[in-house]
Design a protein around this ligand. Sequence first.
Ligand code: 1HE
Length: 263
Amino acid sequence: MAEPNPASGLSLSIEGAVAIIRLSRPAKRNALSETMVAGLRDLFASFPTSVRAVVIHGEGEHFCAGLDLSEVGGEPDLAGGIAHSLGWHRAFQEIEFGRVPVFSVLHGAVVGGGFELAAASHIRIAERSAFFALPEGQRGIFLGGGGSVRIPRLIGVPLVQDMMLTGRSLSAEEARGAGACQYLVDDGTGLALAKQLAAKAAGNADMTNFAVIHALPRIAEADPSIGYLTEALMASTAQNMPEAKARVRDFLSKRAAKVARPD
Ligand code: 1HE
């Protein structure tokens, strides 16, 4: 596994089957430098199979202030700008379409590239202090980390346009209502919940997690006739794995937990 260099602005710890990545550049509000983005890519590309879920969170008062704006100045460089954006895409694709489910814990600023990073994770847990913004509009730039693909899928094009054209920030509660996150929790409780949920997801059958990460989002976007076919192929693949057979047998012989009612 590519251990992050302590100067990279990332730190890593492993708790059982769950890897915890901390954005560790609080003095710059965890703004994402190129080194941090490359570090995220390398980490996600190299987890050993013992890591079965990942939690990402931010040190200090904020999750992430987005792109490190100090790296944007300089002479105009069209090709360099495209390569920069493609580099973010590669890193965030490793997150969204890697082997493991990814849980992000959001507090304070979740802005610009920070929102793009969160959108590449599968489950977003916002604490009440979180606020979401896309200040690219105000900075004269545009989304570049895959956010124009991922964020409208969460909250819709009209709200993204509002945030970018007017600089509107969303409170955690508004973001929850709009679909930006699946959970809204009290301040200081997000990391514990993320670890708990990640441990649950880590306990799923491998083929189920593969299907949820790789097949489900593609099926949802596919032409329905291709979607139904892919679903049938995926369903049969999953249910014919020995682990699925064993889990179903466990339920039928009353050894497995029943579905719980919501708390
Ligand atoms: C930064 C950055 C940054 C803070 N790049 N240095 N993102 C933005 O436009 C967000 C810009 N940041 C802010 O609006 C605020 O910093 C926050 C609301 C996130 C936090 O406010 P606060 O009062 O806690 O912190 P601060 O005093 O503003 O910032 C502390 C330091 O971090 C300060 O540096 P210092 O040397 O004066 O101590 C800030 O300059 C620095 N800092 N944010 C660089 N983003 C792939 S395309 C993605 C496109 C984008 O992400 S655009 C959105 C960029």
